[in-house]
Design a protein around this ligand. Structure first.
Ligand code: 13P
Length: 280
C-alpha cells in the first residue's frame, strides 16, 4: 500500500527500527526492491534522484513505482531524493510522490531554512511531508568531509521548517568509501535529544560497516539511504551474465537474475536495519 513519509516514519519510531530507502533507477530495480519488501514483510521507501525528475525518466518511472506501491501488501513510500528546488518538488508531487526531500544543505543556513520551509508549506496541502538536510553529506570523492551537523542548529532548523525528518552529516558520504567510515554516534543521540526525537536520516548507507549501522539505528536513525550498492548489485550481475555464451537474449528473461541480485541486496539491508517483519 502507498503511504506517505510521515506514516512510514511513524511506524519506525513506534517500533524503534529504521526504514531502508532504496534509490531506484529503472523498472527492474523497483521489482527487485518490491519483491524483497514483500518477502521480508518490511515497510520500505523507494526514492528517485532529482535528475530523473528533470528528464523524461521520471515521467516513465514514477508510474512504475506507484503501481508497485499500490500493489504491495506492505507499506511503501515514494520519495523524491535530494530535490534542489521547487521544480523537482512540484513535479514529483505531480507524478505521485508521497514524500519530498528538499536538499538545501549547500545553501547558507538561513537560506536553507527559508527554502525548506517554503516547500514544507506547499507540500502540506497535499498531505506530503518533507525531509530536510542540514550539514552537507558530500561524496566519497571529496577529499575532506564538510562540517558535521550540530545539535543546536538542528533544533532551530526543525522548529522553523517543520520537516518530518532530517538528514544529518555524522560521518557518511555518497558513493564507495576508500576506507570504512566511523560514525559520530554520540552526535546522533545529541541531535535526537535536541530536536525532540525527530526522525533522523543517514545518507550514504552503502559500505557503512554493519556494526556502525546497527549503532546508528539504536541512536535514532529512522531512514537510511542505499543507492551505490544497489547499482553495483544490479550492474555486476548484468556484466557477469552478459558475457556468458548461453545468455538469454530476450531482455525480460536476461533481466531475471539482475532483478534477483537487487532483491538479495535489499533483503540484506532490510534485515540489517531491523525492518523485517514490521509491516502492519
Ligand atoms: P549511497 O550511494 O552511498 O548508498 O548513498 C545513497 C544516498 O544517500 C542517496 O541519497
Amino acid at each position: 500500500m502507498l503511504v506517505n513519509l510521515k506514516e512510514i516514519l511513524d511506524m519506525a519510531e513506534k517500533g524503534g527500527y529504521c526504514i531502508p530507502a532504496f534509490n531506484v533507477y529503472n523498472m527492474e530495480n523497483v521489482i527487485g526492491a518490491l519483491h524483497a519488501a514483500e518477502e521480508m514483510r518490511a515497510p520500505v521507501i523507494l526514492q528517485v534522484y532529482p535528475r530523473l525528475m528533470k528528464e523524461e525518466t521520471g515521467y516513465f518511472l514514477s508510474p512504475v513505482i506507484l503501481a508497485a506501491a499500490k500493489r504491495a501488501t506492505v507499506p511503501v513510500c515514494f520519495n523524491l531524493d535530494h530535490g534542489p528546488s521547487e521544480l523537482e518538488a512540484t513535479r514529483s508531487i505531480r507524478y505521485g510522490a508521497t514524500g519530498v526531500m528538499l536538499d538545501g544543505s549547500t545553501l547558507p543556513f538561513e537560506e536553507n531554512i527559508a527554502l525548506t520551509k517554503k516547500i514544507v508549506d506547499f507540500c502540506k496541502h497535499v498531505d506530503v511531508q518533507v525531509e530536510g538536510e542540514l550539514g552537507h553529506v558530500g561524496t566519497t570523492a571529496d577529499d575532506s568531509m564538510d562540517e558535521f551537523t550540530t545539535a543546536s542548529d538542528a533544533k532551530r532548523f526543525v522548529e522553523e521548517t517543520g520537516v518530518v525528518c532530517l538528514a544529518v552529516a555524522v560521518g557518511t558520504a555518497h558513493g564507495r568509501y576508500k576506507k570504512p567510515p566511523k560514525l559520530d554516534i554520540e552526535r546522533i543521540k545529541e541531535i535526537r535529544e535536541a530536536t525532540n526525537n525527530t526522525a533522523l536520516v543517514l545518507h550514504g548507507g552503502s559500505g557503512v560497516p554493519d556494526e556502525e549501522i546497527k549503532k546508528a539505528v539504536k541512536a535514532g536513525i529512522r531512514k537510511m539511504n542505499f543507492a551505490t550498492d544497489l547499482c553495483y548489485a544490479f550492474i555486476d550481475c548484468l556484466a557477469e551474465d552478459a558475457v556468458k555464451p548461453d545468455r538469454a537474449v530476450a531482455v525480460d528473461t536476461f533481466m531475471k537474475r539482475p532483478i534477483e541480485a537487487v532483491k538479495e541486496f535489499c533483503i540484506s539491508r532490510i534485515k540489517l536495519v531491523g525492518a523485517d517483519g514490521k509491516a502492519e
